[in-house]
Design a protein around this ligand. Structure first.
Ligand code: 5AD
Ligand code: FES
Length: 350
């Protein structure tokens, strides 16, 4: 199996059968070998820097009804909120003072936030903080909407594909949603010129090794700038409440593989990873991740943006989280970078 990791390290790609073989034959020694290679590639490209993104969860209204998600439309127990433009700008101001140079606006698919409103918010942030990157994570929209946000100054867009297997996609989402449309959106975003992020949940219900192989092949084909993966974690008010969570072990293994596939990718150690294990994010960085995304949302709404149970950091101020993360990152020999943290291909152009 080590020879497969050596091949991936050298060529950045394996065949479907090889990915499957690698995933099926995981063991602690193989994982450690993979992580060493992943760290080597990560350090070659980004040194010991960890990029930080200030996450602003600005609305938990959502018109979708994804079976795994705690803020799905049908969850009548979710207490809904929207931040005003002023509140969002206040989060940016606090974040800027703390040293953040990327703001991620994330929300459910909320019809209240029309294109005009998003354009206004993005352009206001960019006017006030021209040295910062703005990332949007607001789901599926039309080409024209994505173009308008980009023209208003949005730099990056996160839209996890969730699973690259259409049948599996159908088991995680209602009929109104399709993998085809999801992929179309990702290609639009790339065409327009965004730094694009896709990604998926590890261990989501009905996921098989074959699904994961398809995820890896799709990621290879899309060639995104960012890949967001984290364990699936059940939420008590969803149809998947009784399902098992994804594991730390498999998530770390996939992080390692993705680092070798896309040596320059921006790869977060996610909050979900930090939720299933107290050292999840540190271990994620040691498996090849190079981004963390602490929360800048006002404390009053923190405990309302709950996609899954037991989410960490819902009671902490942004400043506390940053201090905590700084300590954690330094404890493993890495450091937080004060830069925008662009993908290497883009950073070189600027
Ligand atoms: N567990 C883990 N991740 C989840 N997401 C949504 N619900 C859950 C859950 N229960 C992820 C999805 C989505 C991202 C914002 O959060 O992958 O794209
Ligand atoms: Fe939020 Fe540790 S990162 S408290």
């Amino acid at each position: 199996m080590k020879s497969l990791i050596d091949k991936l390290y050298k060529t950045t790609a394996l065949t479907a059968d090889e990915y499957k073989e690698l995933l099926d034959n995981r063991n602690p020694e193989l994982s450690e070998y993979l992580f060493e290679k992943a760290r080597e590639v990560r350090i070659e490209n980004y040194g010991y820097d960890v990029y930080i993104r200030g996450l602003i969860e600005f609305t938990n209204y959502c018109k979708n009804d994804c079976y795994y998600c705690g803020i799905r439309r049908s969850n009548k127990n979710a207490e809904r909120y929207r931040l005003t433009k002023d509140q969002i700008l206040e989060c940016c101001s606090m974040g800027y003072d703390l040293g953040f140079r990327t703001f991620v606006l994330q929300g459910g698919e909320d019809g209240y936030f029309t294109d005009e409103k998003i354009v206004d918010i993005v352009s206001s942030i960019k006017r006030k903080y021209p040295d910062c990157a703005v990332t949007l994570s607001i789901g599926e929209r039309s080409y024209e909407s994505y173009k308008a946000f980009f023209d208003a100054g949005a730099d990056r867009y996160l839209l996890r594909h969730e699973t690259a297997n259409a049948e599996h996609y159908g088991k995680l989402h209602p009929k109104s949603m399709s993998l085809e449309n999801r992929k179309q959106c990702l290609y639009y975003l790339k065409d327009i010129g965004y730094q694009v992020g896709c990604g998926f949940m590890v261990g989501s219900p009905f996921q098989t090794t074959d699904c994961l192989v398809e995820d890896l092949l799709f990621i290879n084909e899309l060639n995104p700038h960012m890949v967001g993966i984290g364990p699936y974690i059940p939420h008590h008010d969803t149809p998947f409440a009784g399902e098992k969570a994804g594991t730390l072990e498999l998530t770390l293994f996939l992080l390692g593989i993705i680092r070798l596939m896309l040596p320059q990718v921006l790869l977060p150690a996610t909050t979900a990873l930090g939720t299933i294990h107290p050292k999840g994010r540190e271990l994620g960085i040691l498996a090849g991740a190079n981004v963390v995304m602490p929360n800048l949302s006002p404390k009053s709404v923190r405990n309302k943006y709950l996609l899954y149970d037991n989410k960490i950091c819902t009671g902490d101020e942004a400043a506390e989280c940053l201090r905590c993360l700084q300590k954690r990152i330094e404890s493993i020999g890495y450091r937080i970078s004060a830069s925008r943290g662009d993908h290497k291909s883009i950073a070189l152009k600027q």
